[in-house]
Design a protein around this ligand. Structure first.
Ligand code: BV8
Ligand code: ZN
Length: 249
């Protein structure tokens, strides 16, 4: 991909860069996005109907098993070149902040540091009642595993629809959006709030908005640059263009 020379020139001088990623960044690792239709046992459910406290209380086993399957998938797939390129950006830009809506932990496995997980992490499990994290649990027991301390049902440590985002994560993300010179929105449909408003917070403070996506989104017409294509191809090419000597891309 040929990048606009002006974008490259500006990025080479950039100090403060913030990136927000969505499920599209993990798509080339083999994880389904939320827009993709569900398959198998989950075909008849929409994610937003399963990713809620009400759904869990109504049918704990169904929701627990959906997450157990997704956790198992997240454990077996590998980070892709897009994840590694973002880790390289973290090493190269003076102040780089990575914010993710993804719960798969792939950014950390690719070497990104201090990842802001707005929606939690599917690899972590906590008690629905007392909130204590669970260290171990019977993954495929017939019953949903229970908290060793209070006996409450265990649940994935993710933010469900209708649940508040972790305060510190959200505050840090808003601050990083407001103070950056460049804001990358990568592989996200920009439909879920409040994550989707971060790009606009950055734009309102004068940041240059760069969107990377297979297709346009509600942000595209307000982005300064729309790089259309696969993030697993565009991000490494962008990093190689910025840092030709980089060996890790
Ligand atoms: C809250 C964890 C309040 C769980 C997730 C009406 C209007 C506006 C808002 C609302 C509303 N009704 C309700 C709300 C609020 C609601 C919301 O936004 N609903 C939406 C559906 C309208 N938000 C909430 O409920 C949030 N909480 O508001 O709390 C509150 C406050 C105080 C006190 C109490 C309560 C919580 C939202 C978090 C939900 N949890 N995940 C789990 O994962 O199971 S959201 C989940 O879906 C993901 O984390 C992610 O955020 C979202 C999916 O979005 P994307 O990541 O963008 O993925 P998607 O599939 O949509 O798109 C993929 C994109 O990638 C596409 O554009 C595609 O083109 C592109 N792509 C694909 N492949 C590639 C690619 N791009 C590049 N390369 C590729 N290879
Ligand atoms: Zn408990």
């Amino acid at each position: 991909m040929q990048f606009p020379t002006e974008l490259i020139a500006r990025l080479q001088k950039a100090e403060r860069v913030t990136a927000l990623t969505g499920a599209g960044v993990s798509q080339e690792s083999g994880l389904r996005t939320f827009r993709d239709s569900q398959t198998g046992l989950w075909a008849q459910y929409r994610p937003e109907d399963l990713a809620t406290p009400e759904a869990f209380l109504r049918n704990p086993k169904l929701v627990w098993d959906w997450y157990a399957e997704r956790r198992q998938r997240a454990d077996t797939v590998q980070p892709n070149a897009g994840h590694y390129a973002l880790a390289e950006m973290g090493r190269r830009f003076p102040k780089f902040t990575l914010i993710t809506q993804n719960v798969d932990g792939l950014h950390q496995r690719a070497g990104s540091k201090d990842v802001i997980e707005l929606h939690g992490n599917i690899l972590r499990v906590k008690c629905f009642d007392c909130g204590r994290p669970a260290e171990t649990w019977a993954e495929s027991a017939p019953e949903v595993p229970r908290c060793a301390v209070c006996g409450g049902l265990l649940r994935p440590d993710v933010v469900w629809f209708g649940e508040a985002l972790p305060r510190l994560a959200l505050e840090t993300a808003v601050e990083a959006a407001r103070t950056c010179q460049f804001f990358f929105s990568i592989g996200t449909s920009g439909l879920v709030q409040p994550a989707a408003s971060l790009a606009f917070a950055a734009r309102n403070r004068g940041a240059v908005i760069v969107e990377i996506n297979l297709e346009p989104t509600p942000l595209t017409e307000r982005a300064d640059y729309f790089l259309q294509g696969k993030s697993g191809e565009i991000l490494p090419e962008l990093a190689r263009t910025l840092w030709p000597e980089s060996k890790r891309l």
